[in-house]
Design a protein around this ligand. Structure first.
Ligand SMILES: Cc1cc2nc3c(=O)[nH]c(=O)nc-3n(C[C@H](O)[C@H](O)[C@H](O)COP(=O)(O)OP(=O)(O)OC[C@H]3O[C@@H](n4cnc5c(N)ncnc54)[C@H](O)[C@@H]3O)c2cc1C
Length: 430
């Protein structure tokens, strides 16, 4: 069997090792445009802060291709997929820039699309028409190194966005002694992860570090007036900053699939079923690029996180080798550490009036469970994430949660929050 994996990130690498564990003889080829292979994106903030060197980011030893018997096409970019011929066409990364047009045709029996996503850029109104990369984004090691190089001259930073990446960048820069202002479109931080009460705790942690958080900013205009200085206009006010960073979401990396016949979801991700199969025979997708059925929402979602990317890679691998796969069921699963405090969010964030809610709060701790028809559909943990793995599986499997279980599920919080019993909010106000 000939397997081709496109993308050597979390999903691609997890699929490669799972395929090899199931098929000792098959030919595995990995196409990867980025160098170095197999590193952890969540640790890129350590690179920005100068706390880590590149070699320590690697998630696999440098001998893994020989160990697993994998041919790696490093520095090659997938450019075209021809499912009818079962051929992937690749070109050297950056070929358009260099004007080189060599091509490599890879034949496959099973192909995995694991090309992840790219950072969404904001529209820059350049007063003098300059390059539009003055607003920094962070997705790759290259981005992290460019930011690190720039930071020595930065005193004031503006961060556009209030999601996990924005919060982590605000923390990183504040710890480095920069004056940081976050401009957040919505009325709270982490609006896709947390209930406002949990978000207020995170905001408090950032403010303790000296970060200014401005909520409900609406539209923000960014203009570059001179090299190194950027003007940000928000709500009629003008701010100058040495450094502007945007964390406004990601776009699935599917441009190269145009014309291939692989069906894409409205958000641009590759539509897959429970076994990570795409609309084309023999072609699978996993990780940030895939739009996967969500166990809680009942619709396809781009989950965009490390754990799901790894698990989806394994599910795809099993289906690619054996023809069948068993999925643990995927849903939103975000875990991060802000200012030393763990934060986890799974499943639904907002409760409907007909849902039940169990929550417990305390100083720098907040936990919340959302139940729908007796089943767990949402979990949020701030300040303490003990038991998060158990909750995740109960949620993904749609387990019923009966009244005594609520306390058990929140048990670590009972000792940690110092605020007594969990509060049960029946189907009323949210
Ligand atoms: C700074 C940062 C911090 C994060 N922190 C967290 C965290 O704390 N917790 C968490 O759960 N998640 C976190 N994430 C998200 C997490 O890293 C991603 O969900 C995960 O990396 C997705 O893995 P993937 O394999 O789908 O995609 P990727 O890791 O993006 O890998 C895709 C690979 O495919 C390559 N590629 C793309 N197009 C082509 C092509 N045409 N040909 C060949 N190769 C191609 C890319 O270069 C890339 O190497 C973070 C992400 C970032 C950027």
């Amino acid at each position: 069997m000939r397997y081709v994996i496109v993308g050597g990130g979390a999903a691609g690498m997890s699929a490669v090792s799972a395929i090899r564990a199931l098929d000792r003889e098959g030919r595995i080829e990995l196409v990867q445009d980025e160098d170095p292979l197999a590193y952890s994106r969540p640790t890129l903030f350590d690179v920005v802060a100068g706390r880590r060197e590149i070699d320590s980011l690697r998630t696999a030893g440098s001998d893994w291709p020989e160990r697993l018997g994998v041919t790696v096409w490093k520095g090659w970019r997938a450019a075209e997929l021809r499912p009818a011929e079962r051929v992937l066409v690749t070109v050297p990364a950056g070929a358009e820039r260099r004007g080189t047009w060599s091509r490599l045709h890879l034949e496959y029996d099973r192909l995995l699309i694991a090309t992840g996503a790219r950072a969404r850029r904001v529209q820059l109104r350049a007063v003098e028409r300059r390059r539009d990369d003055r607003v920094r984004v962070l997705r790759t090691l290259g981005h992290a190194l460019a930011i690190r190089e720039e930071l020595y001259r930065v005193r004031t930073a503006v961060i556009l966005g209030g999601g996990p990446l924005a919060c982590k960048m605000a923390e990183t820069l504040a710890v480095m002694g920069k004056r940081v202002t976050m401009l957040v479109e919505s009325g709270q931080l982490l609006s896709r992860m947390l209930h406002p009460e949990g978000a207020r705790l995170v905001q408090g942690l950032l403010e303790e570090l000296g970060v200014t958080v401005r909520l409900g900013c609406g539209e923000v205009h960014v203009e570059q007036r001179e090299a190194g200085r950027t003007t940000v206009r928000v709500q009629g006010e003008t701010m100058e900053a040495d450094f502007v960073f945007a964390a406004k979401g990601v776009i699935p990396a599917t441009g190269w699939l145009e014309g291939s016949g692989v069906v894409l979801a409205p958000g641009g991700g590759v539509e897959v079923d429970h076994e990570q199969r795409t609309s084309c025979e023999g072609v699978f997708a996993a990780g940030d690029v895939a739009s996967t059925p969500d166990a809680v929402r009942g619709m396809r979602v781009n989950h965009g996180n490390w754990v799901n990317a790894v698990l989806q890679g394994r599910v795809a691998a099993q289906a690619m080798v054996t023809g069948r796969s068993s999925s643990p069921g995927f849903t939103n699963w975000n875990v991060m550490v802000v200012c030393g405090y763990p934060v986890a969010s799974m499943g639904l964030v907002r409760a409907e009036p007909s849902d039940e809610v169990v929550e417990i709060g305390g100083r720098k701790r907040y936990k919340r469970l959302v139940l729908r028809d007796g089943r767990l559909v949402g979990v949020q943990l701030v300040g303490e994430t003990v038991g998060a793995g158990v909750l995740r599986y109960r949620l993904a499997l749609g387990c019923r949660v009966r009244p005594p279980d609520w306390s058990l599920l929140l048990q670590p919080a009972l000792t940690g929050c110092g605020k007594g019993r969990p509060r049960y909010v029946p189907r009323t106000r949210r």
